[in-house]
Design a protein around this ligand. Structure first.
Ligand code: H79
Length: 409
């Protein structure tokens, strides 16, 4: 898990036939916003005409992400790679006529970016899969176990194909909620993945057989208990390309969310949705580039760090160097005046702003001689610290020690 813990940022890519009409991926037919037939017709409009895997990988590199996760097959069952298990792929059915995953995997590896493959366990297009539309099923699993076993073989063979064709560093499963671990044979799926690649890691959506937690769109307020976690989040509202979705998060909002994730020991998996022709919407390109600029200026506070001060010591996100002798505080760019840290039981050697190296004045306030409760640390922020989030670097004379008590006498 070490590369994952150090990666901090990943880029999620939802690419599929839903980008043709610019409608919701898979859910639009499942929830009967569009007929299944009309939804599938989009496959005729999918071209990948301007798809350039190298420029995608360049953009991801520029964003500062250390891994990428791409849809190999969403709930609609349309594979983006050359599956031998059925005919439902963009290779066989669309004008793209080629494996879209392989070139991307190659370009990621050339740039030392870890490869993640999104795969939907549930497949609403497969005739042997029980569930279909929100209010209709093809059959009840228990009433036809042979049919379910046929689907099991299909599903596990596809996972095996992905294993052998791309050897992903990360398997990102989705759609596990429709069946139990036993029904999916989750243990066997995990085992087969690890037989092929003992270093592969698996997200949590394998009914308890994954390696890290995967909250989606919903931001944790308190620090998650699990050691490894990742928030996946869209840049606008949809996962795939939606022409009508202009509700983009601002770069500052994304930086704030990102620092909140890493400050609590997690990663951010930020999503983009390319168009059917393989171009990435300009707004999304811009977000990734701007985020990358900020990350590269502040790398020291990001990659080689661990979760920062626990709740209560500082009203904002922070990280710690791995030897816990340096604290990095994330302070909104517009902040000026004082910031305060409570319960810091360690001598401060130096306080500065990362990037500009400006030295900041700090003062210990209210240290009582007869008490071992540390005083408050007040740090004076410069006027107009920066346009975006600034990072205040606090170097300690020794390892961090915190007082987390209730005061008293
Ligand atoms: O691929 C993207 C989405 O299409 C997919 N995951 C991301 C990465 C996704 N969309 N929604 N969900 C996952 C959440 C599923 C919600 C559910 Fe439910 C709530 C599943 C079970 C409870 C909706 C309500 C379906 C059944 C009840």
């Amino acid at each position: 898990m070490q590369w994952f813990a150090d990666a901090k940022l990943g880029i999620f890519i939802h690419w599929g036939i839903y980008s043709v009409n610019g409608i919701e991926e898979s859910w639009s037919f499942h929830n009967k916003k569009i007929s299944y037939e009309k939804y599938m017709k989009q496959i005729d409009g999918f071209t990948a005409n301007f798809y350039n895997a190298a420029s995608w990988a360049d953009l991801i590199k520029e964003s500062g992400a250390k891994y990428a996760v791409i849809t190999t097959k969403h709930h609609d069952g349309v594979a983006l790679y050359d599956t031998k298990q059925n005919d439902l792929s963009l290779v066989k059915k669309s004008l793209a006529k080629r494996d879209l995953i392989a070139p991307f995997v190659k370009e990621l590896r050339n740039r030392n970016i870890k490869v993640g493959t999104y795969f939907s366990l549930l497949d609403w297009s497969n005739k042997d899969y029980p569930e279909f539309l929100k209010d209709s099923v093809r059959y009840k699993l228990k009433s036809d176990t042979l049919r379910w076993q046929r689907f099991q073989r299909f599903c596990q063979n596809q996972i095996q194909e992905i294993s052998t064709q791309f050897n992903p560093d990360l398997f990102w499963f989705d759609g596990d909620w429709e069946h139990s671990a036993e029904e999916w044979q989750a243990e066997k799926i995990r085992k087969n993945i690890l037989v092929h690649n003992p270093n592969a890691i698996i997200n949590s959506r394998l009914q308890g057989y994954g390696d890290y937690e995967t909250p989606e769109q919903n931001f944790p307020v308190t620090r998650p208990d699990f050691k490894y976690w990742e928030l996946c989040m869209t840049t606008n509202n949809g996962w795939g390309y939606r022409f009508d979705d202009t509700d983009y998060k601002s770069v500052d909002e994304i930086i704030s969310i990102f620092t909140d994730c890493i400050g609590n020991g997690g990663n951010l998996l930020l999503d983009i949705g390319p168009k059917e022709d393989g171009t990435i919407p300009l707004q999304q390109q811009n977000i990734l580039k701007e985020l990358g600029k900020w990350i590269h200026q502040n790398e020291e506070a990001i990659y080689a760090t661990v979760a920062g001060l626990p709740l209560g010591h500082f009203y904002g996100a922070s990280t710690l160097s791995k030897d816990s002798s340096t604290i990095y505080l994330f302070v909104s760019g517009k902040n000026s005046g004082d910031i305060v840290i409570k319960g810091l039981d360690a001598k401060i050697k130096k306080v500065s702003v990362l990037g500009t190296n400006e030295i900041l004045k700090s003062k210990i306030v209210g240290k009582i001689s007869w008490s071992n409760v540390p005083g408050l640390v007040f740090i004076k922020m410069p006027e107009n610290a920066g346009q975006r989030m600034s990072v205040v670097k606090i170097e300690l004379a020794r390892k961090l020690k915190l007082y987390h008590g209730k005061g008293g006498y």
